[in-house]
Write a protein that binds this ligand. Structure first.
Ligand SMILES: C[S@@+](CC[C@H](N)C(=O)[O-])C[C@H]1O[C@@H](n2cnc3c(N)ncnc32)[C@H](O)[C@@H]1O
Length: 293
């Protein structure tokens, strides 16, 4: 699974039209040029990751995630991160709450990058300032970052292949039968889907990975039509706005708990994409009987 195989009808469930399948296959081909080092440099260094500025993109995202986990209602044993890419910032708060964290990505190059950090190998991206920043948010002081790194390394149980265009995005048995207690996904669904229909369908697919009553935390791009995934690799993105997002959540059966929006300051528009804003969504998959958890 992953890397080149486009979604097909073999999994059963929602069969796609041939045209939709072709455009999903074209997205998969586009991703063969994804360069983890370039992507990290474009998006996860200053100015987008300037920890001295509250209006920098990364501190905003980390604050949203911190708040969502600090509220106490997002809990359980298993957290799954969908389309992790080569990044770990999205699980730095959740790793303190969940005893098992499953990372996933479509591409082996990204899974390898994650495993490199998990194995504490030399030469990977330095997540230290991120770990320190989240420790500060948790009131622990930046020197606790080594404990957080050790915690993350101990709770990540797997780095798995995934394809959100399949009705069953993960191999059977990857998660508990009832589903994960929490799903996190950042900048994945809109940047791997050829159009709004397939974005909504992908959201429905990943929602099936969550247990009834579990939570879904989504971060993503607003108004974006492309991003650079390598020096010359331009990936098309589904441009989302608040209304389309809410429509897709509803169509996926998710209950919206909170939607926060960040508008990019002019100096965050650094030419590696045309994103105008970022959303953070906290949502919940209703209980089967429609009650609370
Ligand atoms: C824009 S990156 C986001 C990476 C990371 N989550 C972040 O916050 O920066 C999109 C990710 O989606 C992955 N991807 C591409 N096609 C996918 C698919 N069909 N299913 C799941 N993930 C996919 C890519 O490999 C890439 O890592």
């Amino acid at each position: 699974m992953g890397d080149t195989a486009p979604a097909k009808e073999r999994d059963g469930g929602d069969a796609e039209e041939p045209a939709a399948r072709n455009s999903i296959a074209a997205m998969a081909r586009c991703y063969q040029g994804f360069d983890p080092a370039v992507y990290l440099q474009y998006n996860y260094t200053a100015p987008r990751a300037d920890f001295g500025r509250a209006d920098s993109i990364v501190p905003w995202k980390l604050a949203c995630l911190h708040e969502a986990f600090a509220e106490g209602d997002v809990k359980g044993e298993t957290l799954v991160d969908v389309g992790s890419g080569p990044t770990l910032y999205q699980v730095l708060s959740g790793c303190e709450v969940f005893g098992r964290v499953v990372l996933t990505d479509f591409l082996e190059v990204n899974r390898r990058e994650l495993r490199r950090w998990l194995a504490a190998e030399e030469g990977g991206f330095d997540w230290t300032p991120y770990l320190q920043h989240v420790c500060r948010l948790e009131g622990r002081g930046p020197s606790a970052w080594r404990e957080k790194a050790a915690r993350l390394r101990s709770v990540v149980s797997e780095v798995l292949p995934i394809d959100v265009h399949r009705p069953c995005p993960l191999a059977p048995g990857s998660l508990p039968a009832s589903g994960a207690d929490c799903l996190v996904s950042s900048f994945c669904l809109e940047s791997v889907s050829p159009d709004l229909g397939s974005f909504t369908q992908a959201l429905r697919h990943v929602t099936s990975l969550v247990r009834p009553g579990g939570h879904v935390l989504l971060i993503g791009a607003l108004g974006e039509t492309y991003y650079m995934a390598g020096r010359d690799v331009r990936v098309p993105v589904v441009p989302l706005d608040e209304a389309t997002l809410c429509g897709s959540l509803k169509a996926s059966g998710l209950e919206l708990l909170r939607l926060c929006i960040y508008t990019l300051p002019a100096d965050m528009r650094v030419g590696v994409d045309d994103v105008s804003g970022i959303f953070f969504i906290k949502a919940r998959k209703p209980q089967l009987g429609g009650g609370g958890d």
